[in-house]
Design a protein around this ligand. Structure first.
Ligand SMILES: Nc1nc2c(c(=O)[nH]1)N[C@H]1C(S)=C(S)[C@@H](COP(=O)(O)O)O[C@H]1N2
Ligand SMILES: [Mo]
Length: 230
């Protein structure tokens, strides 16, 4: 019988196996570390559309002034008045879009939990357009395997595996908690996803590039895990 492998049942199986064997939690931690190093086809399985993070009720939402705010620039990054999102790389139709253009595309809302590598977590509702919808509009070359996201926050950036970028809960968000995204959280447009740690979700977006080769990122180039799956 075919069984779809999800992170949850994979881990549940691993945890059960270690309990049966009378082990402590170290084998599970080892598995988690090993899983972070998985790539290519296997991560496509782990992040299949069958694995969706739970959407949370409004009662779980973090008061917005208690949701931490991160940017590497000394001052709050503010978008230039002529801001556009540029979509490039190995694609058939390069895209240059305003926020209004993106708002006319089909939109998704999700209230989900954020996980920062520093140990905090918080809940907000995010609204935007799926990266998979963007990919459909620009038309990907079959050689595309990675997606690079760049910003105007002192050139903060990150690159992702294609499967995680095309996950249904990976969006370019222009709304937060029912209002337009504020400058503190990445206006006018940020990447948001349920499948990655916070530092992969680039705020203050300027460019999305669909590439054949893996590149790095602001934290990734300083030794942080490149895959950083949740
Ligand atoms: N441009 C940019 N994007 C960024 C960061 C940043 O410093 N600059 N910080 C990252 C980190 S570490 C986290 S946890 C989240 C935080 O998002 P928030 O500021 O909306 O809480 O943004 C991520 N994206
Ligand atoms: Mo973070």
């Amino acid at each position: 019988m075919a069984r779809i492998l999800t992170r949850r049942n994979f881990l549940a199986g691993a945890a059960a196996a270690s309990l049966l064997a009378g082990c402590d939690s170290r084998p599970v931690t080892g598995l988690l570390n090993a899983m972070q190093k998985f790539n290519g086809r296997f991560s496509a399985l782990l992040y299949s559309p069958n694995h969706l993070a739970p959407e949370l009720p409004v009662s779980a939402q973090t008061p917005e002034d208690a949701f931490p705010q991160y940017y590497i620039s000394d001052d709050l990054p503010l978008a230039p008045p002529d801001w556009r999102l540029k979509v490039g790389g190995l694609i058939r139709n390069p895209g240059v879009w305003t926020v209004a253009d993106l708002q006319r595309m089909p939109s998704v809302r999700m209230r989900v939990r954020h996980h920062c590598v520093e140990g905090w977590s918080a809940v907000a509702q995010w609204q935007g357009v799926q990266v998979s919808e963007i990919a459909r509009r620009v038309g990907l070359d079959p050689r595309v395997r990675f997606v690079e996201f760049r910003s105007f926050d002192s050139d903060y950036w990150s690159s992702w595996d294609l499967a995680s970028a095309l996950h249904p809960q990976t969006i370019l968000a222009y709304g937060m908690n029912g209002h337009p995204l504020g400058a503190e959280h990445g206006a006018p447009l940020r990447l948001y996803a349920t499948v990655k740690l916070g530092y992969k979700m680039v705020k203050y977006l300027t460019e999305v590039n669909f590439l054949p080769e893996r590149t790095g990122g602001y934290w990734e180039d300083q030794g942080y895990d490149w895959f950083a799956g949740v």
